[in-house]
Design a protein around this ligand. Structure first.
Ligand SMILES: Nc1ncnc2c1ncn2[C@@H]1O[C@H](COP(=O)(O)OP(=O)(O)OP(=O)(O)O)[C@@H](O)[C@H]1O
Ligand SMILES: [Mg+2]
Length: 254
């Protein structure tokens, strides 16, 4: 299960005795049903990473809360796993060891651990690379390991902060398609942060469009286009135009 509820969330950094502080998020509320893929779309500095860090339990909100199945997230753990832009794999561990590590932490027995790790290595297309180390892999392959590691513990919520930003455009497009394939095989409630309108449309069931800082949800859009998403489809293009207008309004470029 993984019904995500973000309710009246606010985050102020560096506030002392009610004076000053940077308001990163103000009264953010939205809901993502179980196993849906939600993207958070907004400009730099609008509070996207702050939102994800609170959902991962790394940061505490100043007000409001994030809940999964009605239970407030207050600490990091296997229930809400994060995939970072820069992969964050352990460089001294092989692919297999990187993935099995989370299962050890969760207390999964050794037989299950091995079988689960092999299952996820296969799912992300890394069979044969079990004993390689991160430095022996390409950026896309490292991100596959990160995805396998995050999914292997069977979290209720998968969080991704611009996971493909470090890849070149061709690899990024390929990994977006791969992520959809993997997510369809292993459904999960996902919250993914992105700057990219196309990435948001290609991946998501719903998109929370943020205002500039302090970040609020400007519009919450359901995307009911069939997958795989066709960039030339008129509905795709209409949604792209709409998102571009919403986003551009935020910096006064038009
Ligand atoms: N630990 C912190 N201490 C103080 N201010 C912070 C901290 N983290 C973030 N901020 C501020 O909060 C605001 C939102 O930051 P955040 O990193 O959430 O934005 P973002 O939308 O992820 O930006 P980007 O797209 O550039 O990654 C920014 O003004 C930032 O400077
Ligand atoms: Mg960020």
């Amino acid at each position: 299960m993984g019904q995500l509820t973000v309710k009246g969330l606010s985050k102020v950094y560096g506030q002392t005795a009610g004076v000053g502080g940077v308001v990163a998020l103000r009264d953010v509320s939205f809901e993502v049903p179980d196993n849906q893929f939600c993207s958070i779309l907004g400009h730099s500095g609008c509070g996207k990473t702050s939102l994800l860090n609170i959902a991962a339990g790394f940061e505490q909100p100043t007000g409001g809360q994030i809940m999964v199945d009605g239970e407030q997230i207050s600490a990091p753990g296997w229930r809400n796993t994060m995939i970072f832009q820069e992969y964050a794999l352990f460089p001294w561990m092989s692919v297999f060891q990187n993935i099995v590590f989370g299962l050890e932490m969760k207390g999964v027995g050794s037989g299950d651990r091995s079988a689960t790790t092999s299952h996820f290595i296969k799912l992300v297309g890394l069979e044969g690379f079990e004993n390689k180390y991160p430095h022996q892999l390409s950026g896309g392959m490292r991100q596959r390991v990160a995805i396998a590691r995050a999914l292997a513990v069977r979290p209720n919520l998968l969080l991704m902060d611009e996971p493909f930003a470090a890849l070149d455009e061709q690899n990024r497009t390929f990994m977006q398609e791969e992520l959809v394939r993997i997510w369809q095989k292993e459904p999960k409630t996902v919250m993914l942060v992105t700057h990219s309108i196309d990435e948001a449309i290609k991946l998501s069931d719903c998109i929370a469009v943020m205002t500039k800082r302090p970040g609020r949800v400007k519009e919450f859009i359901e995307v009911d286009l069939p997958r795989p998403r066709d960039e030339d489809d008129n509905r795709y293009l209409a949604l792209k135009r709409k998102l571009r207008d919403l986003i551009h309004d935020e910096v006064g470029e038009r």
